[in-house]
Design a protein around this ligand. Structure first.
Ligand code: 5GP
Length: 193
């Protein structure tokens, strides 16, 4: 739990960036965290590591047993089960960076974001949307990590996720990721210290 004394000491701002997979939100988040003043949280997940992914950098890849232990120990700020795998935000590093006055970005899905908004209502939600469905499909194909069935599943999930997010008042900003450079500039303006 984020205690009252924790909240008092926090000087950094917490941002939650969500959007359907293939909206380009990871690329955007990575592009804005070059410096020392913004920290991008590294989640724990039980999903298998992708070819290009690095443990501890992209995710902490853990077993289901280890993930359950983290839930029970209260180490996660939020967690969700997405496409048959668990994903969650380690609380300690997020609090550490907020206390140090850094802004923190969580790149998480809407189910997880709702938990964060409930525990920490000052968090600012940013929703990243693809320009259209075709662009989403092309990005998922280009990424080469999913087969056809998985892409269809992600596209259906995308629609549900967008609808859920639009009902959530904490998503105060929407970025349409049409032109990458422009989208990066918009996100940077929002999260800059
Ligand atoms: P992927 O498997 O494509 O890396 O991620 C799948 C989905 O999980 C994405 O929508 C991503 O934002 C979300 N996700 C990644 N980390 C977390 C997390 O710690 N918590 C939650 N709730 N969602 C996450």
């Amino acid at each position: 739990m984020i205690s009252a004394s924790d909240k008092k000491q926090i000087t950094g701002q917490l941002f939650v960036v969500s959007g359907p997979s293939g909206s380009g939100k990871s690329t955007l988040c990575r592009a804005v965290v070059g410096g020392d003043d913004v920290y991008l949280s590294v989640s724990a997940t039980t999903r298998p590591r992708g070819k290009e992914e690095v443990d501890g950098l992209d995710y902490f890849f853990v077993t289901e047993e280890e993930f359950r232990r983290k839930i029970e120990a209260g180490e996660l700020l939020e967690y969700a089960r997405i496409f048959e795998h668990y994903y969650g935000t380690p609380m300690e590093s997020v609090l550490h960076h907020l206390h140090a006055g850094r802004n923190v970005i969580l790149e998480i899905d809407v189910q997880g974001a709702v938990q964060v908004f409930r525990r920490y209502p000052q968090a600012v939600g940013i929703l990243v949307l693809p320009p259209d469905d075709q662009a989403l499909r092309e990005r998922l194909l280009r990424r080469g990590r999913d087969d056809e069935a998985s892409i269809n599943k992600r596209l259906a999930q995308a629609q549900t996720e967008i609808e859920q997010a639009q009902k959530e008042k904490h998503y105060r900003h929407i970025i349409v990721n049409d032109d990458l450079e422009q989208a990066v500039a918009e996100l940077r303006r929002l999260v800059a210290v």
